[in-house]
Every structure is written in structure tokens, then in C-alpha cells.
Ligand binder design. Structure first.
Ligand code: AMP
Length: 405
């Protein structure tokens, strides 16, 4: 892909990056407007011999990719750019947007990255030691690849900074709150997208009390009242709330004390247990963290994992609705929320008391509105689009023009 000159062209693009521990997701959007991606891809297993890259065009068709076994995020970005050069030969990157997991209490929206901002993002490392370093590596790699091109940081915590204090704190001595031990909430880019999309397609629903269930490999729920987040199932880290692919979700903190004091587990061992070996993987007896595999497996353990996942969603749904004094709509998104008819149907088996009833035909057809005609509240399925939220932030902050809705 081309580096920028001062000459505006019709091929100006925004590159949106999501750098994980061993992966780099990238999406390319036209700089000025348009909600459809021009291309998107994933470099996976960075740093291993099995590293791979996948690239698709805007319609989802696979495209040829460059060869490479990237050892780090900088090499992964180069591999992505080499592959994109063939797919979009005239594209000129005018901004790079980044998903950054933690914005602390400082960042309440996206920002243009400069060295002082970078220092603040670096200072938040201890709050997200498993994510923030990789996000930082992604920004540094993009700064080196595109010198002088604006870098935009978009924070997963920012959407939740509207929480009332009771949903922002733990019942610890208040000095801990002051030093930043708070319920931050995550998946904010996804919730931001769903809220804007709901506002576009159903403004009356968007003005009400909405629970969004982002159910993917990571999973959380958010109570959104009149477009603002008031509560979320995730807290200080992305470990709280719902069980996930490999993460435990909510846990009595006494369990951690027991594991360390009585079982002699080290911090690293407990971290590995809670982040990598628990959730659906742990409950299914090590079978899989992948919902598709669990749904097709006939083992009692797979069934139990699904039962627990569904039950905790139902429980948190009640909690999120209570935070708003009721519920007008439930929106499913994320890989499981968008695709699993079974999970959506099972969650809604126990929601009639709150006025939510699904139509099984609509659910089976994956329609946008899957509630029945007699349901008091709406149940919806909206595919999320975190990359587009990043591109819109870049357009807004840099005044790139065009529609941002
Ligand atoms: P994400 O992290 O949002 O990409 O979501 C990944 C999760 O979505 C995995 O657990 C997948 O098994 C699950 N998923 C994707 N497609 C389906 C499907 N058709 N049915 C059930 N689960 C699915």
C-alpha cells in the first residue's frame, strides 16, 4: 500500500487494526465515507511456525496473500500490507485506527495518538497486562510503517464511562476506587456500533432500555438506556461476568484465595486457569471453547457447558434489566449471538416474565427482529462491526468528510 503524499486521491483509505496477543485483524475502509469494508483480513498465530494470513474482499471472497511467517506485530503488519498492496494497488493510507482495550478514566472517546497520549496508554498497562501491550505493539508498528500518518486510538472502555457510580465501583475501601480499581466494562466498540445501528434502523427502540448481549469467544452484556451505557457485566478486567470461550467469568474472589493459599498455585498459574482453561473449554471437560463444536457434540459435558452459558446469560439479563428498571429490547451480537439459533432460543426460554418472547421461525431464519408479534419487548439480531466504529472515529477526528452515520 502507498504511503501518503499531500495530494488527495479517490483511493484514500483508513486502516483499522485490532492487535491481539498473537493475532492482528485489519479492515480497510474508504477514507471519506461508506460503511462497507474494501478488504479485511487476519494474521494469526504471530510468532509461531504455524503463522498464517487470510484476506477477503468487501464481499467476503478470499483473496491471494503474500508469503511470510511473522515473528512479531511489526512483521505481521508488513505481511498484511504486502497482501493488501496486491488487492488494493492504488490505496493510500491516510489514517490508521486502533482498538485499544483500556482507556482508564482518562479516555472517554477516541483520540489522535501523540507521544503524551502514548505515555498515558502505556501507563494503563498494569490494568490490562494481557491486552494493552499488544495494542501498543500494534500502534508502534503502524507508526513505523506509516510515518506522519495520524494514528487514532479507540478504547473499549470509553463507551462505559457514563456508568453511575454504583455501577462503576467495587465495595472496597474508597482509596482503591481513587487509584483506578473500578468496573470499567469492555466490548465498548461493539456496543457503540450496535447502539448507532439501532438508532438508525429503530430510533424509538434505541431511545428506550436496551440490553445488548455480545456473545463471542469473549462475551459480555451491557445495559444501554437512551443510547448511554449504565451497566455492564465486565468489570476491572475482561474476566468478569459471563463465562466465555476459555475465561471463567464471574467468580467468588474467595476461590482465588483458596487456590493460592490451600492449593499453592502461583499468580501465573491462577491467571492461566482463569483466562485460558476455564469457561466453555473447562466446563466441557477440555472438549472445546468453540460453540459450534459444543453444539454438535453429544457429550454430557458439552451439554453442561451450554447449560451454564445460557443460565448465566439469563441471570445477567435480569441484572441488566434491573439496572434500568425494565427492558424494551434485547439485542444479540458477536459470533454466537449472530449465528447460534440454539443459544438465542434457549436464552429466551425464560424471558417471558420480562415481556420478551421469540418467534422460532424468525429466529431460525436469522431475521433482524426475532421476537413474536405479541412480545411486549423486541428481541433482535444485529451483526456487530467494531472496525467501522474505528473508521468513523478517524473520519470524525480528522474531518475526512462524508457521512458518518
Ligand atoms: P467471535 O469471537 O465473535 O468471533 O465468536 C466466536 C464464537 O462464535 C465461537 O464460539 C464460534 O463457535 C461461535 N459461532 C460462530 N458461528 C456459529 C454458528 N453458526 N453456530 C454457533 N456458534 C457459532
Amino acid at each position: 500500500m502507498n504511503r501518503p503524499t499531500n495530494r488527495p486521491t479517490g483511493h484514500d483509505v483508513i486502516l483499522a487494526l485490532n492487535a491481539g496477543s498473537s493475532s492482528l485483524k485489519f479492515v480497510v475502509f474508504a477514507a471519506q465515507d461508506g460503511d462497507s469494508a474494501l478488504a479485511e483480513g487476519l494474521v494469526d498465530r504471530i510468532g509461531s511456525d504455524a503463522a498464517s494470513i487470510r484476506l477477503r474482499d468487501g464481499a467476503g471472497a478470499d483473496l491471494p496473500v503474500a508469503e511470510g511467517r511473522p515473528a512479531d506485530h511489526a512483521a505481521a503488519l508488513q505481511l498484511a500490507l504486502d497482501s493488501l498492496s496486491a488487492a488494493l494497488p492504488d490505496a493510500r493510507v491516510v489514517a490508521v485506527g486502533h482498538r485499544v482495550v483500556h482507556g482508564g478514566t482518562t479516555f472517554r472517546g477516541p483520540v489522535i495518538v501523540d507521544e503524551p497520549v502514548m505515555a498515558q496508554i502505556e501507563a494503563l498497562r498494569p490494568f490490562a497486562p494481557l491486552h494493552q501491550p499488544h495494542n501498543i505493539a500494534g500502534i508502534r508498528a503502524a507508526m513505523a510503517a506509516f510515518p506522519g500518518v495520524p494514528q487514532i486510538a479507540c478504547f473499549d472502555t470509553a463507551f462505559h464511562r457514563t456508568h453511575p457510580w454504583v455501577n462503576d465501583t467495587f465495595a472496597l475501601p474508597s482509596s482503591f476506587y481513587d487509584e483506578g480499581v473500578r468496573r470499567y466494562g469492555f466490548h465498548g466498540l461493539s456496543y457503540d456500533y450496535i447502539t448507532s445501528e439501532l438508532h438508525r434502523i429503530a430510533p424509538l427502540i434505541a431511545a428506550g432500555r436496551v440490553v445488548i448481549a455480545h456473545l463471542g469467544n469473549g462475551a459480555s452484556m451491557c445495559a444501554v438506556q437512551n443510547g448511554r451505557s449504565v451497566a455492564s457485566t465486565m468489570g476491572f478486567t475482561a474476566l468478569d461476568g459471563l463465562p466465555m470461550g476459555t475465561r471463567s467469568g464471574q467468580l467468588d474472589p474467595g476461590v482465588v484465595l483458596y487456590l493460592m493459599d490451600q492449593r499453592g498455585m502461583t499468580t501465573a498459574e491462577v491467571r492461566r486457569l482463569l483466562y485460558e482453561k476455564s469457561g466453555l473449554l473447562g466446563l466441557s471437560g477440555g472438549l472445546s471453547n468453540d460453540m459450534r463444536t459444543l453444539e454438535s457434540a453429544a457429550t454430557p459435558e458439552a451439554q453442561q457447558a451450554i447449560d451454564y452459558f445460557v443460565f448465566r446469560i439469563q441471570r445477567e439479563l435480569g441484572a441488566m434489566a434491573a439496572a434500568m428498571g425494565g427492558i424494551d429490547a434485547l439485542v444479540f451480537c458477536g459470533g454466537i449471538g449472530e449465528n447460534s439459533r440454539l443459544i438465542r432460543a434457549r436464552v429466551c426460554e425464560r424471558t417471558e416474565w420480562m415481556g420478551l418472547e421469540i418467534d422460532h421461525g424468525r429466529n431460525d431464519r436469522n431475521e433482524t427482529i426475532i421476537s413474536s408479534d405479541v412480545s411486549r419487548g423486541h428481541v433482535m439480531v444485529i451483526p456487530t462491526n467494531e472496525g467501522l466504529v474505528i473508521a468513523r472515529a478517524a473520519r470524525d477526528l480528522l474531518n475526512l468528510g462524508g457521512s458518518t452515520t
